[in-house]
Design a binder for this molecule. Structure first.
Ligand code: 6PG
Length: 238
């Protein structure tokens, strides 16, 4: 099931995302004794992470993973891990062993293989309770970029690949594991994303051009949280 909610601005998106994160955490911990979430990267989640530091979440029973990572050390300004560590994980009582970092400092193939083994141990049902995703202006999500083979991966859960347009390596979860998530939450804000939102929602299926279209969970639900600026080219009536 795919749905969207349009809010006034990025702050309202972060408020709504924080409420949903806490709700999914509460129900997963109540049902299974733990909550396993994959965090997204980029800048958008910063406002969400700040809100989560004081949300009613039982961090002792939360496991945090990443949907993608730049191939840089964990203290690098571009590191998705560093963003989450500095704005959230260093401020809540999450056990260190519950933080499952994608090791961007390693050779990409080695980092991907190690992370896949770690995830297969952590997720015997191969299902995240929640996956957070962002959207690039080119309609990429996680590090599934237009024209890259990762978009069409059908077996591996994690791959490392060179992304021409970035002239850099990236590590990313792939559609097989992302699409098994119970809940997927896209957080998208800003006018620069409006064209990508419209393409993903309105253009015929073409993941090579619009990779975020590949996100279609088998049984889970996808909710897009958009601010008005990101939604303004999209028919928000539907
Ligand atoms: C990354 C992200 C990427 C991000 C989008 C949006 O590592 O950059 O995983 O998919 O979510 O590029 O980024 P912004 O939130 O910075 O616009």
């Amino acid at each position: 099931m795919r749905s969207k909610q349009v809010m006034a601005d990025a702050e309202a998106v972060a408020d709504e995302a924080a409420g949903r994160f806490a709700m999914h955490a509460r129900s997963a911990v109540a049902a299974k004794g733990r909550f396993v979430v994959a965090l997204s990267g980029g800048a958008t989640p910063r406002a969400l992470y700040a809100r989560l530091t004081h949300a009613p979440i039982d961090w002792e029973h939360v496991h945090v993973c990443w949907g993608d990572e730049r191939c840089v050390p964990p203290d690098h300004p571009d590191s998705n891990y560093r963003l989450a560590h500095d704005t959230l994980l260093s401020k809540v009582s999450i056990p260190r062993e519950n933080i499952h970092r994608l090791r961007g400092e390693l050779d990409p193939a080695q980092a991907a293989a190690e992370y896949e083994a770690e995830l297969r141990g952590l997720l015997p049902e191969a299902q995240f309770d929640l996956v957070l995703l962002g959207l690039g202006a080119d309609a990429h999500t996680a590090s599934l970029f237009p024209g890259t083979s990762a978009v069409h991966e059908t077996d591996r859960w994690v791959i490392g690949q060179f992304v021409e347009k970035l002239n850099a390596y990236r590590l990313t979860l792939t559609p097989p594991i992302l699409n098994r998530a119970a809940h997927i939450l896209f957080l998208v804000a800003g006018a620069d994303k409006a064209a990508a939102v419209r393409s993903v929602w309105r253009e015929p299926l073409d993941p090579d051009r619009f990779p975020a279209q590949i996100i279609a969970p088998l049984r889970g639900e996808v909710t897009w949280l958009l601010d008005r600026a990101a939604a303004n080219l999209e028919d928000t009536a539907s």
